[in-house]
Design a protein around this ligand. Structure first.
Ligand SMILES: [Fe+2]
Ligand SMILES: [Fe+2]
Length: 191
């Protein structure tokens, strides 16, 4: 790389634009892949779990950042199953509000409330974040949209319904301060 000229890098910069523009397509491909190969033992695929989370978010009156955050909160399960929450957060971090990325990043620890005691682990591991401004949002996210979204009988909306929202989010300017709104904690639901 150190032998590259300014012209070389200008060319690479140009070629990167169409590549970046296809990020939404690659994320959609990964979601669809989660509908084919998925974690055994659950009654629905990981893709349907994400769709169901997003459906519940939408029906609760959540805004587009929360809906896409819910849709993609487990997108990292395929490539980073041991730290999927942080991986998923990095996928969306440049394009969604700060608190949504924080909640996705930490949902794994907050989800422990529902099952960790069955393994002899600390189900209250989330308590280390008690003083964080997004604590309540993450607790609510997990309660309303994550832990509840493994129901094969729920009326889950299809991927096509969420695709325009996903594309809108990934078409945003990366790390736009007006999108990120660092420090602002938004409500999850309209009510
Ligand atoms: Fe998760
Ligand atoms: Fe989940």
């Amino acid at each position: 790389m150190k032998d590259g000229t300014a012209e070389d890098y200008a060319l690479l910069h140009e070629l990167e634009k169409p590549y970046l523009a296809l990020t939404a397509d690659r994320v959609l491909d990964e979601l669809r892949r989660q509908g084919d190969a998925t974690l055994e033992g659950y009654r629905i695929t990981r893709m349907t779990h994400g769709l169901q989370s997003a459906t519940r978010a939408e029906r609760d009156g959540a805004d587009i950042d929360w809906i896409v955050g819910a849709l993609l909160h487990d997108i990292g399960d395929g490539l980073a199953p041991q730290n999927h929450d942080r991986f998923s957060a990095e996928v969306i971090r440049a394009f969604v509000r700060w608190d949504v990325a924080w909640v996705v990043e930490h949902h794994g620890i907050f989800q422990m409330l529902y099952y960790a005691h069955h393994y002899g682990w600390d189900r209250n591991a989330r308590d280390r974040f008690r003083d964080h401004p997004c604590f309540d949002s993450c607790a609510e996210f997990c309660e309303r949209w994550d832990q509840s979204s493994f129901d094969p009988d729920y009326d889950t909306l299809p991927l096509e319904h969420f695709e325009p929202m996903l594309r809108e989010v990934f078409a945003r300017k990366a790390y736009d301060p007006d999108v990120i709104r660092e420090g602002y904690v938004s409500p999850l639901t309209a009510g």
